[in-house]
Design a protein around this ligand. Sequence first.
Ligand code: EPZ
Length: 417
Amino acid sequence: MSCYKITGGRPLSGSLAVHGAKNSVLPMLAACLLVPGQCVLRNVPDLSDVSATIDILRLLGCRVDREGDAVLVDASVLNRSDVPEHLMREMRSSVIFLGALLARLGVAELSYPGGCELGPRPIDLHLTALRTLGAVILEEQGVLCCQNGGLQGREICLSIPSVGATENAMLAACGCPGLTTIIGAAREPEIGDLQGFLRAMGAQVEGAGTSTVMIRGGVPLHPAEYQVMGDRIAAATYLCGCAAAAGEVELTGVSPNTLSAVLACLEEAGCTLHTWPDRMVLTCTAPLRGISPVRTAPYPGFPTDAQAVLMAALAGGEGATLFVENIFDSRYRHVDELRRMGADVQLAGRAAMVSGVGRLHGAAVRSTDLRGGAALVVAALGAEGTTQVSELRHIKRGYQALDRNLRALGADICETP
Ligand code: EPZ
């Protein structure tokens, strides 16, 4: 089982083009099912979650090809409407296929996506939204059987601004004649990216980025080409890596506006930031200071996906910072591993008090989940000595060539068998 071997203490410097957004491209790949014909998505990252989604598309009957950073999906012929358990287990967010299959075929069968490393991952909001649109959904022994019980545009109210439920409803609504209004929609930038792709297909969608998204469904759609936005969470990760190791790093291909809350925290911690519409430069020359409480929240609040990597950077700084994780029930599994590197983190329910210890030390640590694993890499970049990070499969779900990119920025990191 391979691991990253990282020797910390080397400042980072250089420029990095950040890869396409995982949380944008996954729903877009599902959206390709809406139209017979070939769609082309560009700036698609090489990630295991993307490969898992492509496996599902192929199983459903799509022809999928990769040409560099482009993925070509031809959904002209679909020969099944069910996603077997082994593929659902590989990636929880494949519940997004429900809406697309219902819109295209009027039927879908998925095994219930299990909980995952972040705690229970309910899908009640997804199911309520689709039932509101007229889907008949039966849950039998962990399998969801969905049928078109007369899909019709309606008003959907989400009690939580769920990213996935918003996306599922948008895709299903494309197949529902009439107007669908999603009230309480998630406002994440990835929702806007999905709207852009759907519009390129000819869909009548508006309001993404606000709490109310409207879709006029039942209009004929056509294949489209689309460029995926840059990954704001990967960008946050590299910035936190530079904050932990010190140095100066430029990131391109990501709009600073999509991670404003993270940038504000890094500036408060003592980093200097210069930003342009699609690039940013972070400079860090002194140990990070403690900052005001970091409370994760739906966009535009502080993103839960950046909580672990910011914690890792601050743990090796000076001063104390309170974190409150408000989105997921179990998103502190990286804390035990950071403690093995000398971090001082006190947990109490959703709260975590991080007291910077001046500098962490290397250790053998284990990735517990995607962002928790990335946090260990961030911590190792600033730590004294050598760290070995194992269970890399978690990290490779969401980061393309993390070791190669960090090496190009001057880090001493390599993957060893
Ligand atoms: C998306 O997950 C992202 N994944 C997550 O990124 C991200 O952390 C999350 O949104 C929040 O921003 C993808 O886009 C593939 P939610 P999603 O539905 O859609 C509760 C990463 O690291 N909820 O917005 O699953 C849920 O339990 C991943 O890249 C219900 O109660 O998240 C959570 O507490 C991790 N019922 C809250 O809502 C539901 O039916 C927000 O979840 C759905 C969600």
